[in-house]
Design a protein around this ligand. Sequence first.
Ligand code: WTA
Length: 655
Amino acid sequence: MASPTIESILHEKRLFTPPESFVQHAAIKHIDQYQALADRAARDPAQFWAELAAQELHWFKPWDTVLNWQPPFAKWFEGGKINISYNCLDRHLTTARRNKAALIWEGEPGDSRTLTYAQLHREVCQVANVLKQFGIKKGDRVGIYMPMVPEAAIAMLACARIGAPHTVIFGGFSAEALKDRLLDAEAKLVITADGGFRKDKTIPLKAAVDDALANDGVPSVENVLVVQRTKADVTMVPNRDHWWHELQATASPHCPAEEMDAEDLLFILYTSGTTGKPKGVVHTTGGYNLYTHMTFKWAFDIKETDVYWCTADVGWITGHSYIVYGPLSNGATSLMYEGVPRPSNPGCFWDVIEKYGVNIFYTAPTAIRAFIKMGDELPKARDLSSLRLLGTVGEPINPEAWMWYHRVVGGERCPIIDTWWQTETGGFMLTPLPGAIPTKPGSATVPFPGILADVVDLDGNPVAANEGGYLVIKHPWPSMMRTVYGNDERYRRTYWEHIPPKDGQYLYFAGDGARKDEDGYFWVMGRVDDVISVSGHRLGTMEIESALVSHPAVAEAAVVGRKDEIKGEDIFAFVTLEGQYTPSDTLKDELKQHVVKEIGIIARPGEIRFADALPKTRSGKIIRRFLRNLASGEAVAGDASTMEDQSVLDMLREG
Ligand code: WTA
């Protein structure tokens, strides 16, 4: 449950009421209004969601059953026919939104593009037709491995349009990681780019796809569609690889949206867990559409003229739900930025806000902490007065970072929504509604209406105010994950068996520790399992260990998170070597590089420490608690008497 913020959070008492100027125009203006909504939803969640589904979305055919709950398997809006690409595009075309900017895109080298709803619709239809030409049809999985360019969103919407589930793989993953995911999803086609721009360099995406597919590495993949972005020299394999722009140019811009069952698979998104390989989180069409739509609408209090910017990558759930689907379903203007702050351009985020007059800005605590380090001058040198609402996601935000965000970026006039949620939940679970809920720095505040969240002990009993426990959700919600792709058992085990049902109610186990304060506000403390968060990127320690032991020099590896001022956590690896190898700095570098090759740059260990042995219990279990203490240079806490060999600890301490 390591987090850099626990101490400060425990003593945090500040309360910020929504500024009057904001409340005036907010859709939900008062905590009583929130409470009335939440109470009504709690009395009959199915009815609550059904009303909103009818009011907010277009259905080709209404559903027969709102909720079919066979714990732990939920089905929402069964029998209903819907298409999320239709809801994100077509339905806006007959309104004044037709020529409104749907996507504003700023490339890293400074190029830019704006696509209106009409233009985006046209391109999505063209690409959907290209996919059809390759025989892609409803149910076929398509891998997307792209930089942050509009084509990434177009590819997702084109898949959704014809009912082909997409699986987006973050461009920072290596060829190996890409291959694992394409294999698991049995993807039939891959959409990629020649490369992408990242921190003044280019990343060779197409080359990674070539590596993943080499020697028939992923037999299911028949075709690769390549977007030209960096103009890198790439090898186009005849009959397999095709240029996007060539095929798009001749494709018809007419492609009716496929009528999907509400429960048809929309996408698979791989995420890290405690054990084994990353799991494919399955999301379906209708419930996900509704929930991302409603959370975007109410939590961002979206207005017709807003320019909204989420700095995530489309390779993560945040990009899926709150760059593409949530905003476009609402007819909002969603800004995409290819770059990240870098030494050559540390003020780039503030430039983008100034250039486009961004009104709503949504980013991660790790970015905020990096900005603090760079000093107030950068944001202060730009005109940020267009901002009216700020958001954060991905990890607990420490109150100091929250205050800085509030003061320096928000000019003390913008509410901050701290949104707690997960790949598995599809959308926000805990978040203030900015016009209604007073905020406390470091707290994700209260559940979204319709979400029954609590903090319980391992038996499922609610814990007392301010006591630590496990964060659970007590009633199914529309965008909950449906299963782990191809593995119902793993789904059941991971999320529903840690805590037994309580009074007949099944409890979704989120994997986070939390407490509720005397006002019922939630304070999320961080993961209670072997998942670590490095710059907000979620990684399983076991994945990194597996990567390390796949190197011939490594006998055994144990990975823990170490507190990091900026990244939240950093990766610390303890490694024992095979007899014939000797520790050296060169070997350390080699092992770090090896992890980059196996997983990707986001998993590169910050530090590797060689050891003769790892601390273990008499039954042979690695005692991670000790390793966490050692990694952060703390005294080893707790009873070491169960340890097999006491001298191991002394040795590790000495490094
Ligand atoms: C963490 C990202 C505290 C948490 C949307 C969760 C947070 C994991 C917050 C999911 C927050 C996300 N406060 N912790 N506001 N938001 N987390 O699947 O540990 O990449 O379980 O989804 O991030 O990460 P994931």
